[in-house]
Design a protein around this ligand. Structure first.
Ligand code: ADP
Ligand code: MG
Length: 164
């Protein structure tokens, strides 16, 4: 069976919602990737200490072909970030960006390289990841729903902006 991958998308510059939904459309067009579920959109306070505008965030569940590696998926995600105006060469870490696409989980795969760490190393600390992720967790990934249930269902830093 094809594995599920989970991603988180964020934007805090420009047409934030348009960018998030546009990025999902482009991702769905990548061969071997099918966007199966998309969370509500949440407005979230920035984390990381850099003063900047609020983000919009969402999470999505993808079904990925077994021929697509996690590295190939992240490479596609970074291509999409650039297509939506992200310029890593001229930005500060955890500063404002038009589009941030993080790969949270890819089946049961684990990685520990600078290019790709799986599961995403900071996902369990970030309410802006966990709250939308609850909405798209597949019953097939029972361990995930179980783990997410242990975290608070709401947080003042993560506010519903557009429900789905
Ligand atoms: P963040 O998403 O933590 O705000 P960036 O988007 O600037 O930070 O990503 C920094 C680096 O993290 C990228 O060069 C990317 O290759 C690497 N990285 C490692 N693991 C992952 C992952 N699971 N998802 C996305 N990027 C990752
Ligand atoms: Mg990122």
């Amino acid at each position: 069976m094809n594995p599920n991958a989970y991603i988180c998308a964020g934007s805090n510059i420009g047409d934030r919602a348009g960018t998030l939904l546009g990025a999902l459309r482009v991702l769905h067009d990548v061969p071997g990737v099918s966007v199966e579920a998309v969370s509500s959109i949440y407005e979230t306070d920035p984390v990381g200490g850099v003063a900047q505008a609020a983000y919009l965030n969402l999470a999505a569940r993808l079904e990925v072909a077994t021929t697509l590696s996690p590295e190939a998926l992240l490479t596609e995600m970074q291509r999409i970030e650039r297509a939506f105006g992200r310029d890593r060469a001229h930005e500060i870490r955890w500063g404002p960006r038009t589009l941030d696409l993080d790969l949270l989980l890819f089946g049961e795969e684990t990685r520990a390289t600078a290019f790709l760490t799986l599961p995403h190393p900071r996902m369990w600390e970030r309410a802006f990841v966990l709250i939308p992720l609850r909405e798209v967790a597949d019953s097939r990934d029972a361990w995930l729903a179980e783990k997410l249930a242990a975290f608070p269902a709401s947080d003042p830093s993560v506010r519903l902006a557009a429900s789905r």
